[in-house]
Every structure is written in structure tokens, then in C-alpha cells.
Design a protein around this ligand. Structure first.
Ligand code: NAD
Ligand code: MN
Length: 353
């Protein structure tokens, strides 16, 4: 018997709703293998910001360091400045824990309707560098209010960060199809993306079993819609990964279907597992959010902790539930509630013991 020590940050909006639909499933999947789940819930997020002036405590990383993993819902509320929650919580915590690589799988489940045609069998993974590029916060504003205002945003790409993401991506591609696609924009950009091309090719020499292809991001956007089955593992920068993963999610039914893992650099640090979507204030409090993105994030979490059997059964149970349109939430064109989906997945999991 092993005990998984899980720190849970439900956050704001639909965050707590999808997390509540996920934790019992994680527990059931672990208990079926004779293990235990020990949950520590943390009340970080918008409400805490309004109450205490900060979305999380200053020593947040220390508080989760002794957990095996962190399950995060979402943050964001209309009455709190965005950066207080995005930088003040989720990006801040990723940085404190040095979680530089974000893994975003996209898989089309049979029976789930999509806005894009012919997505059967789509099964790809985006490996996104998670700390640098256009998101470093370097730059400033010049000549403010002069009528000639300049907003300057400096993108920074380091060899170290590219190498870390590349190793994750090559290793993952080696376990999957043996094909890796690097997505850059090195025809128009002169310093950052050419460095990506160079470093990734170098790292590739250590993975002779993986075939490397390089595609420009604009061409990739078109290919993702026109030939999504030609894709397996994609490696890309922070900005392109952000954009392409929302696009890819559409191939699986939308934001409600997209999980992610912020993978830890070593076993002594917990990873953060979270749906790609935000707090969805437009549907929060109604009990209709799709919990699948969060459930699949839980499966990624169990995979990384070595509970691959339990993780696989959660994915199969999600697939079982989604084959029945009565378990589709409104984003998938159905009228199931979050609790309906959660119950259907738990039920399917029971059947797979
Ligand atoms: P969003 O992902 O919250 O919502 C976009 C659209 O998708 C909305 O129409 C929403 O209803 C729908 N949607 C999202 N998740 C869904 C689900 N599980 N089931 C059904 N429908 C779902 O993005 P947004 O509207 O741009 O942002 C809302 C807030 O969330 C903002 O404050 C933003 O900063 C924040 N945000 C947080 C994170 C995060 O916590 N990691 C990520 C993205 C956005
Ligand atoms: Mn995004």
C-alpha cells in the first residue's frame, strides 16, 4: 500500500466544480489497487486575494513541496485583477517549483462531437516550454500618452529551457510513434527560434530512434485542422504552445476536454496537473462545467507517480462514459451536469476493476 499525498487547489469559478468531480475518481482508482489518497485542500485563489491581499502565501512552494503532486482547478474572477491570480498564483507557483515544461495531450474520444470534421483517431501531445519566450515579462512602455506610445515586449529563449523541453519531447516521442515535430517561426524571427532549431537538432542526436521534423507555426495551424492524424508529439515555445493547444483542443471537443501536466524536473518536487481551461465565469455556479479536462489531468498525475494502471483505467472510464451522449455536458451539445459525468465515470471505473 502506498499513500499518494495530493495538494488540491480548487481556485475560482468552475475550478472547485471540476476538482470536486475528479478527487473521488482518483481515490477510487487508487483504492482499487490497494493504495490510499491523502488530500490537503488549499484555499488559494480570488477569494483569498480579496480577503488577505494575496492569492497564495509567500511560502506557497514550501507548503506543497512535501506533496507528491498538486491538482489545480482554475483561477480568475471578474472582481480581481488578472495578474494577481495568473502571476500571483498559477504562473508564480510553476516558477517557484521550477516547472518549466507543460505537457498537453489531445485525444478524440469516440462519440464526442467536434466542430472540426474527421477527427476520429486524433491522438497528439503538445510539449510546451512553460517559462520563457514572449511571457518573461521583459520590456516596458515608452512615450506613454504622447500619441506615439510604444509597448515593448521582449521574448527570451535560453538554451537551458529549450534543452529541458526537448529532452521531455524526445523521450515522449520515443515512447510513442518515434516522430517529433518542432514548431517554430525561424523564417521571420532571427534570434530566438533559430536557437530552438539548433539546440533541438543537437539534442536529437541523443535520440537516434526519433525522427525530427520542423514546421513553421502558421503552417502547423493549418495542418492541425486539415491533417491532424499526421501529428503525434509537437515541441514548441510558450506562446505557440499556448495558442496551438487551444486550437488542438477543438479537435477533441473543446476546452472542456483538454488536460495538462506541468512536469517536475525531479522526483523531489511535485508536478502541477490542471485543465487547460480557465475559471469560465460565464458558466460558474451552475454545475454544468465539463469535468473531463480535470479528470484527464488526474490521469496524467497518476501516470507520473507510476500508477499507470489506475491512470489507464480512468481514461478508459472517461471513454466509456463519453460514448453515451447522455453524459455530454452543454459544451459538447448535451445536457448532462458535472455531477452526472462524474457519477458515470465512477460507475464505469467500478466496472473496470
Ligand atoms: P475559459 O477557459 O475560462 O473559458 C473559455 C470558454 O470555454 C468559456 O465560454 C467557458 O464557458 C468555456 N469552458 C471552459 N472550460 C469549460 C468546461 N470545463 N466546461 C464547459 N465549458 C468550458 O477562458 P476565459 O473565459 O478566457 O477566462 C476566464 C477566466 O479564467 C479569466 O479570468 C482568465 O484569466 C482565467 N484563466 C485561468 C487559467 C488558469 O487558471 N490556468 C487559464 C485560462 C484562463
Ligand atoms: Mn492559454
Amino acid at each position: 500500500t502506498k499513500t499518494v499525498r495530493l495538494a488540491v487547489i480548487p481556485g475560482d469559478g468552475i475550478g472547485p466544480e471540476v476538482v470536486a468531480a475528479t478527487v473521488p475518481t482518483l481515490r477510487a482508482a487508487l483504492e482499487a489497487d490497494g493504495h490510499r489518497l491523502d488530500v490537503t485542500e488549499l484555499d488559494w485563489g480570488g477569494e483569498r486575494f480579496l480577503r488577505e491581499g494575496a492569492a497564495m502565501p509567500a511560502n506557497a512552494a514550501d507548503l506543497v513541496k512535501h506533496s507528491d503532486a498538486v491538482l489545480f482547478g482554475a483561477v480568475g474572477r471578474p472582481d480581481v485583477p488578472e495578474h494577481e491570480l495568473i502571476w500571483g498564483l498559477i504562473i508564480g507557483l510553476r516558477q517557484q517549483l521550477d516547472l518549466a515544461v507543460n505537457i498537453r495531450p489531445v485525444r478524440a474520444f469516440p462519440g464526442v462531437p467536434t466542430k472540426v470534421r474527421d477527427t476520429d483517431g486524433v491522438d497528439l501531445v503538445i510539449v510546451r516550454e512553460n517559462t520563457e519566450g514572449e511571457y518573461v515579462g521583459a520590456g516596458g512602455v515608452a512615450h506613454a500618452g504622447s500619441g506615439h506610445d510604444l509597448g515593448i515586449e521582449v521574448a527570451v529563449h535560453s538554451r537551458r529551457a529549450i534543452e529541458r523541453a526537448a529532452h521531455q519531447a524526445f523521450a515522449l516521442a520515443g515512447r510513442r510513434s518515434g516522430r517529433l515535430c518542432l514548431v517554430t517561426k525561424s523564417n521571420a524571427m532571427r534570434y530566438g527560434y533559430p536557437l530552438w532549431d539548433r539546440v533541438v537538432r543537437e539534442i536529437g542526436a541523443q535520440y537516434p530512434e526519433v525522427e525530427l521534423e520542423t514546421v513553421l507555426v502558421d503552417a502547423m495551424a493549418a495542418r492541425m485542422i486539415q491533417a491532424p492524424r499526421s501529428l503525434d508529439v509537437l515541441l514548441t515555445s510558450n506562446l505557440f504552445g499556448d495558442i496551438l493547444s487551444d486550437l488542438a483542443a477543438v479537435l477533441a471537443g473543446g476546452m472542456g476536454m483538454a488536460p495538462s501536466a506541468n512536469v517536475p524536473p525531479g522526483a523531489d518536487v511535485p508536478g502541477i496537473y490542471e485543465p487547460v481551461h480557465g475559471s469560465a465565469p460565464d458558466i460558474a455556479g451552475k454545475g454544468v462545467a465539463n469535468p473531463v479536462a480535470c479528470l484527464l489531468s488526474g490521469a496524467l498525475l497518476l501516470d507520473d507517480l507510476g500508477h499507470t494502471g489506475a491512470a489507464g483505467r480512468i481514461r478508459e472510464a472517461v471513454g466509456d462514459a463519453l460514448r453515451d451522449a447522455r453524459n455530454h455536458t452543454a459544451d459538447l451539445g448535451g445536457n448532462a451536469t458535472t455531477a452526472d459525468v462524474s457519477a458515470a465515470v465512477l460507475h464505469a471505473l467500478e466496472g473496470r476493476r
